[in-house]
Design a protein around this ligand. Structure first.
Ligand code: URA
Length: 282
C-alpha cells in the first residue's frame, strides 16, 4: 500500500470507530488488538489442547452480530416480568443491571439509573445518557444537565427537590438515535420506575420522552406546553405530565428558551396550586 492508501485506510477505520460510538480515548496509549491476536496465535498451545483441525485463515472472522436469543416481544415480556418483580428502586436498579435485552448495555460504560430525591413528588424524565452521564453513571451531569440545573433553580427547585431519570438507561453509541427495539426494551422499567416513585407530576424533557410516554407521533415543538394524563401500570390514578423542550436543544437554539420558560412556569404553577400551603414542592 502507498502511504496515501495507508492514510485513507486509517481515516476510514477511525470514522468507523466514531460511528460505533468509540469517540473518546480511555487510555493514554492505543491498544493494538491485532498485535495481541498475532501474539496469541504464535503461542503454541499445550499438547493436550492442540487443535485437532488445521487453522485455515489467519484473518479474524468477519464481525457478525450474534443471533438474538429471543425476539422483541419476548425481550419486552422478560423486561416487564423483571421490572414488575422489583419492589423497590434498589431492586429495579438491580433488575436493570441483570437485564440483557437491550443492546445499548453492551457498548455503555455504566448503567444510568437516576439522580435526585426519590421521595420527591416531581419526576423529570429525559431521553438518553450522553458521554458524561455514561462515564459517571448519573443522568444530566454534562452541559445539558448544567442548563437543566439553572432552569430548575429559576423556579426554586434543585436536585434535592426533584427526581431525575431517562427513557433509556444506557448511552446509545455516539449519541445516535435509539432504535424502537431499544426504547421498547427499556419502557417496562421506566413504567415501573414511575410506579415505584409515585410522583404527583411528571416533566418530560425532549421529544423522545414526550412521544414515548404520551404515545404521540407529533414532534416536541407541537407537544411542548401540553399537559396530559399518563396511565401507569401499578398506579391507581393517571399521572399529570407536561412536555417541554430538551436542554440540549435549547443550547443549540437559545431563542427557544422563552418557550421552555413558559413551560417551567406552568409546571411550577401546577405544583404550587396543588399544595398552596407548602413553599417546598418536593
Ligand atoms: N440528555 C438526556 O436526555 N439525559 C441525560 O441524562 C443527559 C442528556
Amino acid at each position: 500500500m502507498t502511504s496515501a492508501q495507508d492514510r485513507a485506510a486509517l481515516l476510514e477505520a477511525l470514522a468507523w470507530q466514531l460511528e460505533m460510538g468509540a469517540d473518546e480515548a480511555l487510555n493514554a496509549t492505543a491498544c493494538d488488538r491485532f498485535a495481541e491476536q498475532e501474539e496469541e496465535r504464535h503461542q503454541t498451545p499445550p499438547r493436550s489442547q492442540a487443535p485437532t483441525t488445521p487453522v485455515r485463515s489467519t484473518r479474524p472472522p468477519p464481525a457478525q452480530a450474534p443471533p438474538p436469543l429471543v425476539g422483541p416481544d419476548e425481550v419486552q415480556a422478560s423486561a416487564r416480568q423483571m421490572a414488575t418483580a422489583a419492589r423497590s428502586l434498589e431492586e429495579l436498579r438491580a433488575a436493570l443491571a441483570a437485564f440483557d435485552g437491550c443492546d445499548l448495555k453492551k457498548t455503555a460504560t455504566n448503567l444510568v439509573f437516576a439522580d435526585g430525591n426519590p421521595e420527591s413528588r416531581l419526576m423529570l424524565i429525559g431521553e438518553a445518557p450522553g458521554r458524561d452521564e455514561d462515564r459517571q453513571g448519573l443522568p444530566f451531569v454534562g452541559v445539558s444537565g448544567q442548563l437543566l440545573d439553572l432552569m430548575l433553580a429559576a423556579i426554586g427547585l434543585n436536585r434535592t427537590k426533584v427526581y431525575i431519570t431517562n427513557i433509556l438507561f444506557w448511552r446509545p453509541p455516539g449519541n445516535r438515535t435509539p432504535t424502537p427495539a431499544e426504547i421498547a426494551a427499556c419502557l417496562p422499567f421506566v413504567e415501573r420506575h414511575m410506579a415505584l416513585v409515585q410522583p404527583s407530576y411528571l416533566l418530560l424533557l425532549g421529544g423522545l420522552s414526550a412521544k414515548t410516554l404520551l404515545a404521540r407521533r407529533e414532534g416536541i415543538t407541537r407537544l411542548r406546553g401540553l399537559w396530559a394524563n399518563i396511565a401507569v401500570p401499578g398506579l391507581d390514578a393517571p399521572l399529570p405530565a407536561l412536555a417541554t423542550l430538551h436542554p440540549a436543544y435549547l443550547l443549540r437554539q437559545p431563542a427557544q428558551k422563552r418557550l421552555a420558560w413558559r413551560d417551567f412556569l406552568s409546571f411550577r404553577r401546577a405544583v404550587e396550586d396543588a399544595s398552596p400551603s407548602s413553599p417546598n414542592p418536593a
